[in-house]
Design a protein around this ligand. Structure first.
Ligand code: PXL
Length: 301
């Protein structure tokens, strides 16, 4: 006589039945297999351990704005918001190689640079970008955030690197996005009032044959006003200045958002307009842990 088979297989427990159901729900057949694609942008920048600036900020911004972000790391910064502890550059050779392998394989629509650390790295980046332009027979949209000094006041770029920026990288840019301090260092003059911003933006645009977005964030007043000099015209972008937030990496998020806009095919003016809105919201809806603040990069366009 054959006895009743009481093996768990024939009479599954509730837990097993649940496991089987979950397995069915995630079986290969149910995963959409349509090819998905996104516009691609590349950030060439430093790593910020606290993830509010640098490549971490760029990647968060790209993701929030519908862009697949790639990175070429230039240096590693050990820091928390407000305090840079140590910076170590990587070799110019590995910076160049990161860019080259990406460019050979991904359909990159736009590039941004952030902290480039040294003259040698700036030269390597400029050489790699000249190669891309030559290969494609046209200029790739390049946004340069000429990061020199952190919001905390810490110097991030070696002084000798300013010459390399001017001679090698700026001439390849579609847009350069200095803040007032950076513009003052580049022009070797002081910019103290709003009235002087237009003139400074024009002077930089003429020197480097690129459009200039001069960010007036740190200037007095209730509004954060930026001036864009593009195709011979000046335009102002203004947003209420959000007080009481210790911002860090605002410039990174701003230039990454502009780069996202260009990768999506927006005009430069439109990309700047929308990026300004994105950054203003990211500040207003920041995250906070005690007195540590961080931008909220997760909001969309
Ligand atoms: O926000 C400027 C900046 C850019 N890039 C990196 C940084 C910082 C500021 O600290 O660490 C990597």
């Amino acid at each position: 006589m054959v006895g009743r088979d009481r093996s768990p297989r024939r009479s599954p427990s509730t837990a097993e039945a649940g496991r089987a159901r979950r397995k069915r729900a995630t079986s290969k057949r149910d995963i959409p297999r349509r090819i998905q694609t996104l516009p691609v942008a590349l950030s060439i920048a430093g790593s910020d351990s606290s993830a509010g600036a640098g490549i971490q900020a760029d990647l968060k911004t790209f993701s929030a704005l519908g862009i697949y972000g790639l990175t070429a790391v230039t240096c590693i910064v050990a820091e928390i918001p407000g305090k840079v502890s140590r910076i170590e550059p990587v070799s110019a050779r590995i910076v160049r190689e990161q860019i080259e392998v990406l460019v050979r394989n991904f359909p990159i629509s736009a590039i941004k640079t952030g902290l480039l650390c040294s003259a040698a790295i700036i030269s390597a980046v400029a050489e790699a970008i000249r190669e891309i332009d030559k290969m494609r027979g046209r200029r790739i949209p390049l946004v340069i955030d000429p990061v020199m000094i952190a919001t905390s006041g810490d110097r991030l770029l070696e002084p000798a690197a300013i010459g390399a920026y001017k001679d090698e990288l700026f001439p390849l840019a579609a847009l350069i996005t200095p803040n007032l301090e950076e513009a003052a260092l580049l022009l070797e003059t002081k910019i103290k009032e709003r009235r002087q911003m237009g003139k400074a933006a024009k002077a930089l645009a003429n020197q480097y044959r690129a459009s200039i977005l001069l960010k007036g964030g740190h200037l007095q007043g209730d509004d954060a006003i930026d001036v864009l000099f593009h195709k011979g015209k000046l335009r102002e972008f203004s947003a209420p200045f959000v007080r009481g937030v210790t911002t860090h990496g605002t410039g990174c998020a701003y230039s990454a958002a502009i780069t996202s806009g260009l990768a999506l095919g927006f005009s430069l003016e439109d990309a700047v307009y929308r990026a300004k809105k994105f950054v203003t919201e990211a500040i207003a809806r920041h995250f906070q842990w005690g007195n540590l603040h961080a931008l909220n990069h997760s909001l969309g366009w």
